[in-house]
Design a protein around this ligand. Structure first.
Ligand code: AMP
Length: 127
């Protein structure tokens, strides 16, 4: 689903392979719109990735090209996962990297869900 100026979706990316069941994940939630699983390299006591089932390479792609049903379903799934993980009362952080300067590594749109400890500053201080 290439949006003008963005690269085409890479069917071989690791999250596409997880969605196809070709490689395992530690699943925490799945519904018609989204899959959530534990990050393989957690940066907090809770570090879950939530990905849409559709083929969108980034937030830019998803926000521009996904249907309203896909967007609503995905956002609700993120909220459901956070609630199921018991993070509503203590709080949590959502993060989505988009493009080279963000450090996005996997070209399938995903939201990081962090929690389980005080999370500190939103961004590190510049060196
Ligand atoms: P980003 O830098 O926003 O693209 O984040 C990609 C995230 O995917 C990183 O936090 C990785 O640790 C995580 N990751 C990469 N491969 C896997 C995998 N097979 N299962 C779970 N998480 C993964």
């Amino acid at each position: 689903m290439a949006v003008s100026g963005l690269p085409p979706y890479d069917e071989a990316n690791i999250f596409a392979r997880i969605l196809r069941g070709e490689i395992p994940c530690k699943k925490v939630h799945e519904d018609a719109w989204a899959l959530a699983f534990h990050d393989i390299n957690p940066q907090a006591p809770v570090h879950v990735l939530v990905i849409p089932k559709g083929k969108y390479c980034s937030f830019a792609d998803f926000s521009a090209a996904a249907s309203e049903a896909e967007i609503a379903g995905f956002v609700r799934a993120v909220g459901t996962v956070a609630k199921q993980l018991g993070l509503e009362a203590p709080g949590y952080r959502l993060l989505a990297n988009m493009g080279p300067e963000s450090g996005q590594e996997v070209p399938h749109f995903h939201v990081h869900l962090f929690g389980g400890r005080p999370l500190g500053r939103m961004l590190p201080k510049p060196a």
